[in-house]
Design a binder for this molecule. Sequence first.
Ligand SMILES: [Zn+2]
Ligand SMILES: [Zn+2]
Length: 426
Amino acid sequence: MDKEKYQDDDLLEVFDIKDRIAINKDKIISQESNERFLNSIMDNYFLDNDNIIFLQEHGYAIFYFDDNESCICGSNKKYQDCHKKLLKSQGENYITYAEALNNDQDYNEYLNINKILIDNISQAYINTAKCNFLDCDRMVIKTSLVDDKKWLTSIKVNYIDTKLTIGNDFFINKVDKILECNSFCLEHNDVLKKMNNWKSSFFLSSAFTLQRNTIIFNFALSEFENKFNSIKSDGYKALMIYHLRKLKQEFKSSLLQIERIRNAWKTNDFSDFKLHNWKIDKVKNQNFQCSDFFYPQIMPENFETVNSVNNPLTNIYNGFVFNEFIDHEIMSTFVWHKDDDKITKFMNQWIQKIKTDNEVRHFISNVCLILSNVILFDENYYSKLTKDEQILNSALSKFRFETPKMGQEYIKMKFFAGFDSGNDLF
Ligand SMILES: [Zn+2]
Ligand SMILES: [Zn+2]
């Protein structure tokens, strides 16, 4: 991957969504009600595939690329001079991810067709990636993010296999390949692993997230280039663009984080990062592990949006949580960058809101379980939960769906009702 070309801060233009609305001439409802309708949809927490298809088919062409927009690939060319020209017509109907979700046969076919592509992209990444540590240009080595203990995780080996159905248990045995990190050279990998503090953990997680996002984004871009013209329905085309935009934002946000932490490491000055610690004593057991980014959605006091699941056009804000178990205590460290106003506000509101030890336990549990990507459960602990508890944990851990499928209204309500009074994993 050519890192330089992605470092342009102007990679993604944040623009006014309303500018993107093309309304059908024969629409009966007035401009004013159109606007109200659109605003209410975009304010809604979750925009599912039906909403997007509906909007697209009724003339709300929010999810297309503008000819003069800088290309989605980050080449700094205009879209019309870059990927628009590269789009291929294959004269066949291609099943999109969103369509494939409708039945198992199509879904398996989708995975089979694309597994080869994602494997190739992953291998190309591994073969060419340079160490992410400072200015090191040695080749990366393969390492695992987690220790040898038996853990369960909801992450799958195949990055593109993200089909999850509410009512199922998503947690599977951690195999090394799932949390394989190819981001540092041998020497720097050792440096980071031996330190075992939030700084090294933050760096490892950032690098792992960047690796995943690079591979997934490159896959999506390739799928777009090769298959887009074979997709018949405008609605499914809109979904593909929606997805690509969201991936681009995630990619951009992980690049930003790794840049920030690399710079802090260079000068040994982490003062641009803000920190908040919570300590919990008399921990029942070390039944789960999480040192990962978290992606808040809503402020707890004024319900302002932090990250919108709906809007793939705005920046993504994340913080980092690091749990350290020492004897029967846990020290939980929350880290975020001072420039991320929304995370600062989110954390400040929670710090004000949390008054008791129990609330701290629930808050940390829920940040790990609901707002983070990588949570690991101890196998023994997890096997003793009831089936219902396993299913609820599964649903909560994938609450922040990457794909606009499955209206999770029930889970959403559970989330807001129980965020600081629900889960105590300690
Ligand atoms: Zn392009
Ligand atoms: Zn290195």
